[in-house]
Design a protein around this ligand. Structure first.
Ligand SMILES: *Cc1c(COP(=O)(O)O)cnc(C)c1O
Length: 594
């Protein structure tokens, strides 16, 4: 493994979100999910939303932009006041924000009025933690001043605890919050939407039945992401899963060395005077993870007997003497992380982020269904495709098939299949093998609809397909306007030049990984124009026939191909090309030479 990796199990995150949402609902609380621990990773936000959170809360605009760009259109709350210079961005991108400074709210109002909007705020009250918040005695004067601001609406009051002063949420301090909410309601003369009673650290009070009635929102990050590792320290909340994240590095050196350094000791690379205990000679290992990537103190090895001794910028020093089973150079070591360690890992550009799902669908039999038109039916019948698919071990099925095959004459014709595939799964990737980008502007005049298929698809992706899980493979030409659109899209594009450089197998392996990252599998769209077929003028692509088979076989081998569409199947297709297409389809169902 070249770089350290953090795996992110989206099913565990979804499970935690659902558990917390259901528990909160019993007390009349609607939680928002906080994604800042993962830098606003869209897949994580989607997992939280599947679990039922009412919206996403984030601390940084960069992360919010990442979420919005990925097509996440749920309510988004900004957890931190923006600098004055970014107020316009706030009003444009965020539905609701936490605020404590009148000067800033004046600016928000000015900008919101100019944009013809009203921005919702939750006024933060400082109940003693001494981070953000209006001091209680200033609350009513602030409310009265905000009521004069036409561009700002007071949507609620809230508080944040356990962040700076480590003040624990209790019935007493949250009772005060509810009392403040009543006062604000009587001054404004209307009900507040939200009384936001804190973060994950408020959950123990909720579980203990001490949450005052009147609190109707919590902003939950750590407990959803980490299952309350840092919140429920003494008594874990058993229903939550603590293992959604795992950091893995590789052992670069394993040697027996003394446990005491030799020579005159000074200060280490970080200005500390290290303290060592003499345990005699020990087996020590070095992993390729450092302080550039993680707060080493927040790591817990998953392997029994392994201990973290410390870290420098790029090296993690471990004691492996008691590792059970033992570890050797070149092997992987994995760690659980506390919240601080998670934050640093997610912001380290040296650590690869690998979203995944541990819990796959159960009892999925190999079954198929074909959706096609007359030309497609004729082609598939000529080449006995259905029988040959069945000989590969697939049963004919109804709607619940494990692989759906569709064909159409035009690229535009396969769009409904892609959309249907997107609806069938809660999260699906898309691999589009084509020589053309089909991204021309859809100007409605002159440009054939065929040229804008992918563009239209990207502009209205079904909710369960995310742009970051879309790959275009085999691109051979794009005019300048199209190239711009391609760069602006968030999909991964493998041009023929790149495929020539790295090889099709490598590109396809990466494409499958991207399409499967955090999804239930992928839909594969194949246009025969992607393949260089010598006796056909339509075959202008750069991928060879053999490589096309190889790509299809890899799709089958991944076990994650959920549906396949082939475009360009019409009655005018030369018989030899039709035969080739039928063979490609069979490769995608797992047919190999041996
Ligand atoms: C980070 C943050 C949260 C979420 O905290 P967790 O402990 O991760 O649940 C909630 N509210 C505010 C204001 C925050 O900054």
């Amino acid at each position: 493994m070249p770089d350290p990796q953090i795996s992110i199990d989206l099913s565990r995150i979804e499970h935690n979100a659902r558990t917390i949402v259901e528990t909160c609902a019993r007390s009349g609380i609607t939680p928002f999910g906080v994604t800042k621990g993962t830098c606003g990773m869209p897949q994580v936000a989607r997992a939280m939303l599947r679990g039922g959170v009412a919206g996403i809360a984030e601390s940084r605009f960069e992360n919010i932009r990442r979420l919005r760009d990925a097509g996440i259109d749920c309510p988004i709350m900004l957890l931190r006041s923006p600098p004055l210079s970014r107020v316009e961005e706030l009003v444009r991108t965020v539905d609701i924000s936490l605020q404590s400074e009148l000067q800033l709210m004046r600016e928000i109002s000015r900008v919101a009025e100019r944009l013809g909007r009203v921005h919702d705020v939750i006024l933060m009250v400082d109940l003693g933690d001494l981070r953000e918040g209006i001091w209680p005695s200033d609350l009513i004067p602030t409310v009265e001043a905000v009521m004069e601001l036409p561009g700002v609406r007071i949507a609620g009051v809230g508080t944040n605890l356990t962040c700076f002063g480590a003040i624990i949420p209790t019935r007493e301090n949250l009772d005060q919050l509810v009392a403040h909410a009543y006062k604000v309601e009587s001054v404004t003369g209307r009900n507040l939407d939200w009384v936001s009673g804190g973060n994950s650290s408020s959950l123990p009070l909720l579980l203990a039945g001490g949450m005052p009635a009147g609190v109707n929102n919590l902003r939950i990050g750590e407990a959803i992401l980490q299952g309350g590792r840092d919140t429920f320290l003494e008594q874990p909340w058993e229903a939550l899963d603590r293992d959604a994240f795992e950091l893995t590095g590789e052992l670069l050196e394993v040697k027996v060395k003394p446990s005491m350094p030799i020579g005159k000791s000074g200060i280490d690379a970080f200005g500390n005077v290290p303290v060592f205990i003499d345990e005699g000679d020990r087996l020590r290992g070095i992993a390729n993870i450092g302080r550039e990537d993680v707060i080493a103190e927040g790591l817990t090895p998953t392997r029994a007997g392994v201990r973290v001794l410390g870290a420098s910028s790029d090296h993690l020093v471990l004691d492996l003497t008691d590792a059970d089973p033992p570890l050797a150079v070149g092997e992987d070591v994995s760690f659980r992380l506390n919240y601080g360690a998670l934050l640093t890992v997610m912001t380290s550009e040296y650590v690869e982020k690998v979203p995944m799902r541990d819990v796959m669908e159960q009892g999925l039999t190999r079954s198929y269904v074909i959706e096609t038109d007359e030309a497609g039916r004729a082609l598939l019948a000529t080449h006995h495709v259905a029988e040959r698919i069945e000989r590969l071990g697939f049963e004919p099925a109804g709607a619940e098939a494990s692989v759906v095959l569709s064909t159409d004459a035009r690229r535009a014709g396969i769009m409904p299949f892609v959309e249907a595939a997107g609806r069938r799964y809660d999260a699906l990737g898309l691999i589009w093998i084509d020589s053309e980008a089909t991204m021309m502007p859809d100007d409605g005049e002159g440009t054939p609809a065929e040229n804008a298929v992918l563009r239209r698809l990207l502009s209205r992706l079904p909710p369960h397909i995310a742009a970051e899980n879309v790959v275009l493979l085999g691109l051979r030409e794009a005019d300048p306007a199209e190239a711009e659109a391609l760069k602006a899209s968030r999909m991964r594009i493998y041009t023929m030049a790149e495929i020539d450089a790295v090889g099709l197998r490598h590109a396809m392996r990466e494409a499958i990984a991207i399409a499967c990252a955090g999804t239930r599998g992928f839909h594969l769209c194949y246009s025969p124009t992607a393949t260089d077929m010598s006796d056909w003028s339509g075959g202008i692509g750069g991928i060879t026939v053999r490589e096309t088979h190889s790509a299809m076989e890899m799709a089958a081998l991944s076990g994650r191909l959920r549906s396949l569409s082939v475009s360009g199947i019409d009655s005018g297709l030369p018989a030899t090309i039709g035969a080739e297409c039928a063979n490609f389809i069979l490769s995608a169902f797992g047919k190999t030479i041996l």
